[in-house]
Design a protein around this ligand. Structure first.
Ligand SMILES: [Zn+2]
Length: 428
């Protein structure tokens, strides 16, 4: 079949695409705590089962975040073609982040205005989920004799690490290379960009210790905050310049993230903050503990061991100058960097579809932060995975979040043409 027919059929279903996106926005799947997961999965199951998909609702029982009050529900829908072949899987997260301040429209109404659909999750990423569903439905309706299978998953908790979503499904074999050969995650990366992967992450908590004492005689105690101050001062002097000098071949966007970075997420030292209704002064006490949480983002050219050693070396240097310096460094969380090869089959198929629909070569990018590809890569052992979807990344998590209807239509065309090139064997 000529691809023009697929594209024309997608244009005919614009109203369906818009209505589906609005319906998804109207289910307020806020995370945390993780509300209405079951409702949105049941809504999608009803739609997809009626269109020939076999659906499975899976609760990530016992996963991080799962509870009887806030169960972590996920949906996997699969539609088989008439011939054996490979499986193309579209994975979208169903959760949205908190609303926050500054909205001028109802965040859960799905207002349509000037070619845009507004709402929390419109671009991140209910618009992308809707686009992949319309693409799969159009493709399967127009070319029912296709080879292989299409899967659509709607998964929980991406915004909080994905442990009750893609990680759980990957641990239970749903993303293994024997079952799934191509994965597209329709995160809002813009309709002409292909995201190949992400940088690595190391989170750790550093605690420095001191000795409690009276604040009027600090020399009788040992101030843990001063020890931490020395650590932060050394970071300013040596670590931050060293990180800025480490650059990468990864095409990270924005370009400011094409280097190693470190954020100090929090500092806590000394007494707890006093209750708001307490009208007295704090007591004069020398702090015996100070904690920071660091968020180090590393490059594909770096090894996690070296990243940790670099920080330990800094602590050793501080310790050499401060006799009473004692500390604990606790690992919290780590993610390896990943980057799919630009000549991987799914990348080539999407790139050809972008060229055909938009007349441009796609821009290949890498995300500064991680998303669910990390679990598909590490647990699922799947290297043929990208993020591609409609929407402007900068609008994610913002007030008055929106997605452009024309962008969604173009992305839907790209996804349908990608299915055609990966799941048909003739005439393309
Ligand atoms: Zn997202």
């Amino acid at each position: 079949m000529h691809s023009d027919k697929l594209r024309a059929e997608i244009r005919k279903r614009e109203d369906d695409l818009v209505a589906l996106t609005r319906d998804l926005i109207r289910i307020p799947t806020l995370n945390p705590p993780g509300e209405h997961y079951r409702d949105i999965c049941a809504f999608l199951e009803k739609r997809l089962a009626a269109r020939g998909f076999q659906c499975q609702m899976i609760r990530a029982e016992g996963a991080r975040g799962d509870s009887s009050r806030y169960p972590r529900w996920n949906l996997i829908a699969r539609r088989e073609g008439r011939l054996p072949g490979e499986t193309v899987h579209f994975n979208s997260h169903i959760d949205v982040v908190e609303v926050g301040r500054g909205w001028t429209v109802d965040p859960f109404e799905g207002l349509v205005s000037d070619g845009r659909i507004y709402g929390r999750g419109a671009c991140d990423m209910k618009g992308g989920l809707a686009a992949s569903i319309i693409a799969a439905e159009v493709f399967a309706d127009m070319i029912p004799g296709f080879a292989g299978a299409i899967e659509i998953s709607a998964t929980a908790d991406e915004e909080t690490g994905g442990y009750g979503g893609v990680a759980y499904l990957a641990e239970h074999g749903h993303f293994s290379p024997e079952r799934v050969q191509h994965v597209i995650i329709p995160e809002p990366l813009n309709k002409d960009r292909i995201c190949l992967g992400h940088r690595g992450v190391w989170w750790a908590e550093l605690e420095t210790y001191g000795a409690i004492g009276h604040g009027s005689m600090p020399f009788l105690g040992d101030c843990a905050v001063r020890h931490m101050g020395a650590v932060i001062s050394e970071m300013e002097t040596s670590l931050f310049p060293a990180l800025a000098a480490k650059t990468t071949e990864m095409p990270v966007v924005p370009p400011g993230a094409r280097q190693s970075t470190l954020n100090i997420n929090s500092v806590h030292g000394g007494q707890e903050e006093l209750p708001e209704d307490f009208t007295g002064f704090p007591a004069p006490v020398v702090p015996d503990s100070c904690r920071i949480v660091i968020d180090r983002r590393f490059l594909i050219e770096e090894k996690l061991d070296e990243v940790k050693q670099e920080f330990r070396d800094l602590l050793a240097k501080v310790g050499a100058e401060r006799p009473k310096f004692t500390f604990d460094l606790r690992d919290m969380h780590e993610v390896q960097p990943t980057m799919t090869e630009p000549d991987a089959p799914v990348v080539r198929a999407v790139a050809a579809a972008v060229a055909e629909t938009q007349g441009v070569t796609p821009e290949y990018v890498v995300s500064p932060g991680t998303y669910d590809q990390k679990h598909i890569d590490r647990i699922g052992r799947m290297k043929n995975c990208i993020a591609y979807g409609p929407g402007i990344l900068d609008l994610a998590h913002q007030p008055d979040e929106w997605i452009g209807i024309e962008d969604m239509l173009v992305s839907t065309e790209v996804m349908a043409l990608t299915l055609q090139s990966l799941l048909t064997r003739d005439d393309h």
